[in-house]
Design a protein around this ligand. Sequence first.
Ligand code: SF4
Ligand code: F3S
Length: 106
Amino acid sequence: SFVVTDNCIKCKYTDCVEVCPVDCFHEGPNFLVIHPDECIDCALCEPECPAQAIFSDDEVPEDMQEFIALNAELAEVWPSITERKEALSDAEEWDGVTGKIQHLER
Ligand code: SF4
Ligand code: F3S
């Protein structure tokens, strides 16, 4: 499946959700995740993310491996999101900042 990683946190542009044919994105306060059991690996979302936060699970960078389990965990508890919405207000300032997992809100 595909995995949402660190750079989505505090940006949450939501362009990704519009293209998903199986509606497998789930939304938290400042981050989205992909449900690994629902994702069909179509790869449509990956190029849509302006923050380049989406990777195939076999291409997740070494320092972001924990996001694979985090997507699976949070997709079970967060509600589905299928329509694009405004990005978070300071998304541009946070885009590209590393180690944003410390700011993850559950
Ligand atoms: Fe949805 Fe396809 Fe992205 Fe999986 S790879 S989350 S099915 S758009
Ligand atoms: Fe996040 Fe990128 Fe989607 S920032 S909400 S994964 S478009």
